[in-house]
Design a protein around this ligand. Sequence first.
Ligand code: ADP
Ligand code: MG
Length: 402
Amino acid sequence: LAEDESVGSKLFTALQQDVVSELETRFAGVPCGFTAAPGRVNLIGEHIDYNDGFVLPMAIERYVVIAANRCEDPTRPFARIYSLDLDATIEIPLNAGPEPTLEGWGRYIEGVFSGFVARGTTIPPFDAVIGSNVPHGGGLSSSAALEVATATLLAEITGDALTKLEKALLCQRAEHVFAGVPCGIMDQYSSVFGEANQLMLIDCQSQDCELVPFDSSGVSVLITNSNVKHELTGGEYAERRSQCDRALAKIGIASWRDVSWEDVAAKQSELTDEEFRRARHVVTEIERTIKAADGFRNGRWEEVGTLMNASHDSLRDDFEVSCRELDVLVEIAIELGQEHGVIGSRMTGGGFGGSTVTLVEDAKVADVIAAIQQKYQEVTGLKCDCFASHPALGAHVIQTQP
Ligand code: ADP
Ligand code: MG
């Protein structure tokens, strides 16, 4: 199974085994559908997917995995789903409506069910087990991985041949309406479209994607989970989104894509200080992302590193979505610097906690991890989790024994 090989992680194989054996013991079944969808890390282009910008994520070698078996009673009106991580079971109505009826993690799944129902697809009753090695709330988009794994499962067991883009949009809608997070397209798109050894330069206006080869020849992507999450409700995200919309309306141009730095400067007196700084982030981050994609393409690592560091500064000072722990992690990495193999570092994802992404020379990864973990604990009293990942394959069906 070439697909599974390209995932290249023992952890992933163990996860699959755990899920299948839980399905067997808990629901006395063998999988009739078995799918996986990855989390993602964004290398640059933050908070601009909902602003018609470009983003440069990759799917990571961390997956949400779901195995399902058909229920013996075809009239049962719900699916029963057990999460290994949470040791909890939920029942999802097969005819899920346009509004959430569940609380907590069930909402992500109910939102995906609702999307299929809205397409006119009939969902049969089934039992399923979910396992995951994407940290929850770590800024690596476990929520999108959960949605996309669910959608891939439903497509498999219903025969609904929705396109990849339809799947990503259906899952984005689930996140908007059922989880209440008005996210852009990046997270669900990355989880659906991920390819091994490729970054994705996503044009969030046209929703097209250009693959940028990254066979990590000599360079590793290091992900560090700060293990903090300061966001209270996810309301901070919606607030940033509406600040951007207000700033754009005052600038008087239809899309951020067409806004130049001169356009922002010309309207500075009409913008609040906050709106001005949000606008400055959006316009400069779009530019940095395009430059960085070109840098990745051509192995201009020093330039890529500088752009990543500048992205972090902009997110901290102008967009104000960083936090002390993320700043500490980035400062530690940048202080280690080229001498220790660090190319660049920044917060990744929505912010207020979660993870940082650092480009590191391959041979130095282990030393950099040790140094970051020690320093982070010294400064904050907290432990951080570090792992390197190659760009990974997106959502797929896992083949079981014939
Ligand atoms: P992130 O997407 O950055 O990981 P979110 O807060 O958006 O953080 O999503 C995390 C939520 O997704 C969890 O609190 C939980 O509700 C849900 N979730 C993720 N993975 C699982 C899982 N394996 N089982 C059940 N729920 C999960
Ligand atoms: Mg999320």
